[in-house]
Design a protein. Sequence first.
Length: 279
Amino acid sequence: MSPMRLIILIGAAAAAIAAAFLVRGMTQPETVTRTVTEQQTVLQTQEVSETHVLVAKRDLMVGDLLSPDDFEWAPWPKKNVVVGYRTEEANADAINELSGTVVRIPIYAEEPILPQKLVMKGETGFMAALLSPGMRAISVEISTESASGGFILPDDRVDVILTYQSQVAMAEVVLDRPVAETILKNVRVLAIDQVFYQGESESASQIGNTATLEVKPDEAELIAHAQRLGTLSLSLRPWSDAGDTGSRGARTDLLRGGSPGNGITIYRNGQAAAGLGGS
């Protein structure tokens, strides 16, 4: 092979290699751009196929009175959304709408909220669903003075105080004296008028005409009887007493025909000598 032909072949090979690198450099950005675009399309498709569904933030048991803190929005595949699920795009105010409802059937944490598992405010059976097993609801008349200035709110704990007139015999005269006595302790307040949970009231106090209390069956009889004997007042207890499982101090002797206090007390020479009409 002549030197001239060899030089031509080497030059052609070099040109071919250079052309190959040039073509590769021109096509690689297009490939990278196409790959990034495809990935963005996949992500957009995933975002479109998901929505947000209202779920329970914690385990909700039967009788629980719900507040906004019990709910949250969670991502959920659109294909798995069934009738009854509340989505954020369709029910943006669902958390406020469901606050104040009562759990009818247990709902577990991160489980979607279904309407058939709740008792809505105003629905038949709302108060019954709010009661603990074996308990009863009874209402008592209250005023600002008899309900701690309106600072007693739903779910607070109170003592029930009976104020009545007691007869006292001193020498030859029978006098009436006012007496106040706690007849029931550590009672849960279910509602003030028609307000069932504290979030329904915009202020820190709730002025009402009636307070609905959660009591045992015999305690309900006691309160009904006590309302005929005198005036009932509610004394607010601290939250730290809510778990107190001790005696509630119920004056059930009043249900057996006894009278408040010790009836008529006879005083001789300034000292109590005997009691008449006691329980």
